[in-house]
Ligand binder design. Structure first.
Ligand code: SF4
Length: 566
């Protein structure tokens, strides 16, 4: 058995479950004895294709592993069924990561995911089998349901899973000769998965709805809006809770939603307008567009303006803790024309207020939604530091004040310790508590010292290029190499779930923020970025190299030398 390199993907599992150096030079009989003594090693030998029991399918790439975490809602638990059946289909609809292993290679894949999960998000080190067992047992990232007859390899691998602390349940006529296996009745499968999800704080799994696959109707019976008098707005204003419809449906239409709760402010109303659009679009008989003026259509002959108002009212109240939601649906052209000016003025004032937000005059929040899988990750969200996943400050603020979710929390920043780097005493304290001491300090706007931790949900990655004393930014989707001699996935693997000096996940919004990596000199220090990102952020006038100019440090030096000589 050769000693694996950490970069050799085939040995990811073996590296972390068992140090294969112990098996070097052993006879097949001795290896069999080792497997019997420590079942997790069975998984190791299954993984070592060239030297061990040979039934591995193919190595799990880092990209394949990370793909499990970049969806919404993101997964935090792998549910393995040994055969597809009615129970596995029910769980699939819940939005969990459901794997089906019709043969033993699928079980290996599941074990690989668990091990990589513990390594990536639990900081379990090489050969630390005790740490691996503790992490898997504590955070319950996996559960197995055995529901078909088993091969010898299956038994070995399930023993390995149980040995790692994964609950293994069996139902149907599947009997596993392992003492820790829990036989359960078929109807207990879903409650078991639900209980496991709650343990892992994965609240969203069972809220996800299956796609109906039905297309939106193309023939709408009613259409309003799109005229100069039409508008749609959500305001932070008092009003009578309920729905009010004025006038008869015609071409002009206005919807005013006034939110009278004290917590609601302008920043939230900007986000809530998008929420109302989503509520309306969720019905297949309704359609809304706001891009080129507000327009709404519906296809049901029995649907009325009153029902539309009630649907919006109910939708907002069910998602947020709002007491006073006043929905007005207006069709009277004269009235609409008379109030259009005040609507535009409100929008204008709101835009100016949002543009004027900065860290000195707006509140701070933390989001720990990604802790459902990255146990020691937390995001600090400010108006000048939106998170790497692309959520907006306004959304995080709204969720913290108006939703029942405990993922989003308003926090006290404490004393400003360093304005250039963005260090606050209160933020350090709360981050220490929420990461169980894994992160002690955060410089919100620094790349190279105590940077903000990176989750698995990231639009781009900023990295230090020490040779040219500059910053590079690579966007998700770019497959090539960067001047850091690494691809996006390599950098993602280094930083996801951790605080890593010199490599940090950043969103498009943060790159455009005046505080972007302020400690290092901000956008002016960026020397390389992917061309797609440069275009997307409308930064094409900047003298910054892209992959079209160079992908190495030597190339970068040549690029800037030539630029200087121009
Ligand atoms: S990346 Fe940060 S802000 Fe985005 S969902 Fe995860 S924890 Fe929340």
């Amino acid at each position: 058995v050769r000693v694996p390199s950490r970069l050799d993907a085939r040995f990811v599992l073996s590296n972390h479950v068992y140090d294969p150096r112990q098996a070097a030079g052993k006879s097949p009989e001795e290896i069999t004895e080792i497997i019997t003594r420590e079942p997790a090693i069975g998984a190791v030998l299954a993984e070592i294709r060239s030297d061990g029991t040979l039934f591995a399918d193919k190595p799990l790439t880092f990209e394949e592993f990370m793909s499990h975490f970049s969806r919404e809602p993101s997964a935090d638990m792998f549910v393995l069924f040994l055969s597809r059946d009615s129970e596995s289909e029910k769980v699939e609809r819940g939005g969990l990561d459901v794997l089906v292993a019709e043969d033993s290679t699928g079980v290996i894949r599941f074990l690989q995911l668990l091990v990589l999960y513990a390594v990536q998000f639990g900081a379990v080190g090489d050969y630390d089998i005790a740490g691996l067992r503790t992490f898997v047992a504590k955070y319950a990232p996996g559960v197995v349901f055995a529901n078909r007859p088993l091969s010898d390899e299956d038994v070995l691998l399930l023993a390995a899973a149980a040995d790692l602390g994964v609950p293994v349940c069996s139902y149907g006529n599947c009997v596993i000769p392992i003492t820790s296996v829990k036989p359960i009745a078929q109807h207990e499968v879903i409650p078991t998965v639900k209980a496991m999800c709650l343990k892992g704080r994965f609240h969203h799994a069972f809220d996800a709805k299956p796609a109906t696959g039905e297309a939106a109707p193309s023939d709408y019976l009613f259409e309003a809006g799109g005229t100069v008098n039409s508008f749609f707005i959500v305001r932070a204003m008092g009003g009578i809770d309920g729905v009010d419809v004025r006038g008869k449906p015609g071409k002009d239409m206005g919807i005013i939603i006034d939110l009278g709760d004290d917590e609601v402010d302008e920043a939230m109303t900007a986000y809530l307008e998008g929420v109302v659009e989503k509520i309306i679009s969720a019905r297949k008989d309704l359609s809304i567009s706001t891009r080129h003026g507000f327009k709404i259509k519906w296809s049901s002959p029995t649907f009325s303006a009153q029902e539309l108002g009630e649907y919006i009212h109910k939708g907002l109240k069910s998602q947020f803790s709002l007491k006073k939601v006043s929905v007005s649906v207006l069709f009277d052209p004269l009235r609409l024309a008379a109030i259009k000016g005040t609507i535009l003025a409100y929008r204008d004032t709101r835009r100016k207020k949002l543009d004027g937000q900065n860290e000195a005059n707006s509140s701070f929040y933390v989001c720990r939604r990604c802790q459902s899988y990255a146990k020691h990750h937390v995001c600090v969200v400010t108006s000048e530091r939106p998170p790497s996943c692309g959520l907006t400050y306004e959304m995080v603020k709204t969720m913290a004040h108006l939703s029942a979710s405990d993922d989003f929390v308003s926090v006290r920043r404490g004393e400003l310790l360093d304005g250039r780097r963005g260090e606050y005493s209160g933020i350090n304290k709360i981050v220490r508590v929420l990461t169980e001491g894994h992160i002690q300090r955060i410089f919100l706007h620094s790349l190279s010292q105590f940077p903000h931790p990176t989750s698995a949900l990231l639009e781009n990655i900023a990295f230090v290029i020490p040779e040219v004393d500059g910053i590079g930014i690579v966007s998700r989707g770019y497959k090539g190499v960067t001047p850091a001699s690494a691809k996006f996935t390599d950098l993602e693997g280094r930083a996801a779930g951790r605080q890593v000096a010199g490599v940090v996940g950043v969103s498009d919004l943060y790159i455009k923020s005046p505080k972007f990596m302020h400690a290092e000199g901000g956008l002016a220090r960026v020397v390389w970025m992917t061309s797609e990102l440069k275009k997307r952020l409308d930064l094409e006038s900047l003298r910054v190299a892209t992959e079209k100019d160079c992908t190495t440090v030597a190339g970068l030096k040549r690029f800037y030398q030539a630029t200087r000589n121009e």
